[in-house]
Design a protein around this ligand. Structure first.
Ligand code: SAJ
Length: 426
């Protein structure tokens, strides 16, 4: 059996590697020629140790795993291409192109699986339309299912193998076929459902997270007005056995949590006001932090800030929808002198420094935006030697305030800036 995986991103590539390691003949397809070259040479680095190991074994064995830029005839086609948002609406063109390429080679008895996140109804709608342009009938001549991905970047092997999966075929025969295939590497329960339910399930998951984070962010803003520490208040509220508020933060980034709610919002704008409000709340957070920065600098009569962490979350090199980027643009527009530093950044930004020393040396305020391990492990005495700045803004409550205070720093957390400014008045 030959399986083609279309789209070798953070989901497609590990899925292809797991299937090939399970003994199937897998061909990975991607339009990115540079990526294909690196993969062919065995030089690609994957941000997951176990998947990297499997990839290296496959490269050595050289039999069951190949890659290329064109789709060849196969028995199974797995679509794992992005569905990005442009101008607040979802761009389905990569999925449509993948389907058109499959339609060129589709035969009776083949199985097509869509992993990309899509709006409810897409598999049975646009995907079926393109595939049936071949004259073959979905569910009769070929099998079709939606199996939404659920992996956390950084923990991909475990999440691919041990997370429960929702398998949504367009009919029972399709669901069963898809389950047989995924059973080759999934060691958790696979739940059978229909395609539209699977599509809806996926977008509910990240929407739930977005709304929960919005609650945390709104609480942080309200606590700041009340004069209560939001981090402590949330921690204590979470002691209730049925309450689990997530953490406030500088904004919600990445290509999933801020995007997926739009798949639901687009269904009916009048009936999705809560989801829209949550999106707005989270979208406003980077500017709120930038306003905090401006207020702190104004208070101390200084004008230089260093932003530490540019990616969308800790220990990741992914900078898509990065809250720091929004902060940088905003600070720029307000004429605030800023530098940024991130040891995980793959390509430098205009304002980014090559080292922590360079980023902090002349600044008056240091902002920990993303809690990368490298930052959490910093010793305050070392930072004290690098800079004259003695004020820290901690956006994720990740720093040990006492340790920093002992070395002469004043540490203020997100959600506590207003009380800090008033206290420093007295
Ligand atoms: N964030 C907060 N507060 C929190 C948690 C996260 O502000 O308490 C922020 C993060 O800093 C980050 C953003 O939210 O900027 C998103 O981070 P995340 O860790 O919540 O999510 P992702 O985008 O890395 O991965 C999510 C996961 N979804 C769920 O946990 C429901 C993952 O399982 C999905 O596979 C992935 O989206 C996806 O591809 O859909």
């Amino acid at each position: 059996m030959i399986v083609s995986v279309i789209g070798l991103g953070y989901v497609g590539l590990p899925t292809a590697i797991l299937l090939a390691s399970a003994g199937l003949h897998v061909r990975g397809v991607d339009i990115n020629e540079r990526l294909i070259e690196l993969l062919q040479r065995g030089e690609f680095k994957i941000e997951d140790e176990k998947i990297q190991e499997l990839y290296e074994q496959l490269v050595v064995n050289g039999e069951s795993f190949s890659v290329g830029t064109t789709l060849l005839q196969s028995d199974v086609y797995i679509i794992a291409v992005p569905t990005p948002v442009r101008d607040r609406s979802i761009d389905l063109s990569y999925v449509e192109t993948a389907c058109k390429n499959i339609a060129n080679v589709l035969r009776k008895g083949d199985l097509v699986i869509l992993e990309s996140t899509v709006a409810p109804g897409t598999t049975e709608g646009p995907v079926v339309d393109v595939l049936e342009s071949t004259g073959l009938k979905a569910g009769v001549d070929f099998y079709l299912a939606h199996i939404p991905e659920r992996v956390q970047p950084g923990n991909i092997y475990n999440e691919l193998v041990y997370n429960e999966r929702v398998i949504g075929g367009i009919n029972t025969a399709s669901t069963r076929k898809a389950m047989q295939l995924y059973g080759r590497f999934v060691k958790a329960t696979m739940v059978e459902t229909d395609a539209k339910t699977a599509e809806t399930t996926k977008v509910i998951e990240n929407t739930f997270r977005d709304v929960n984070i919005a609650i945390a962010n709104e609480i942080a803003v309200l606590c700041e007005h009340i004069g209560v520490d939001p981090w402590l208040a949330i921690e204590l509220a979470n002691k209730h056995p049925r309450v689990n508020v997530l953490k406030p933060g500088p904004g919600v980034g990445g290509h999933c949590v801020p995007i997926d709610p739009l798949f639901l919002i687009e269904q009916n704008r009048n009936e999705s006001l809560l989801l829209q409000h949550a999106r707005n709340r989270n979208d406003r957070m980077p500017r709120k932090v930038a306003d905090d920065i401006i207020a702190i600098l104004k208070k101390i009569g200084k004008d230089r800030v260093a932003l530490l962490g540019c990616t969308y979350k800790a220990n990741s090199s992914d900078e898509r929808e990065s809250p720091t980027k929004v902060m940088v643009d905003y600070l720029e527009s307000k004429g605030v002198q800023h530098r940024a530093y991130d040891p995980h950044l793959l390509r430098p930004w205009n304002c980014s420094s090559d080292s922590l020393e360079e980023a902090v040396q002349d600044v008056d305020l240091i902002v920990f935006v993303v809690p990368h391990t490298e930052f959490m492990e910093l010793r305050p005495e070392d930072v004290a030697r690098m800079t004259k700045g003695r004020i820290i803004l901690d956006c994720t409550n990740s720093m040990d305030a006492n340790a920093w205070k002992e070395k002469g720093f004043s540490l203020v957390r997100l959600g506590q800036v207003k009380p800090w400014l008033s206290a420093s008045d007295g």
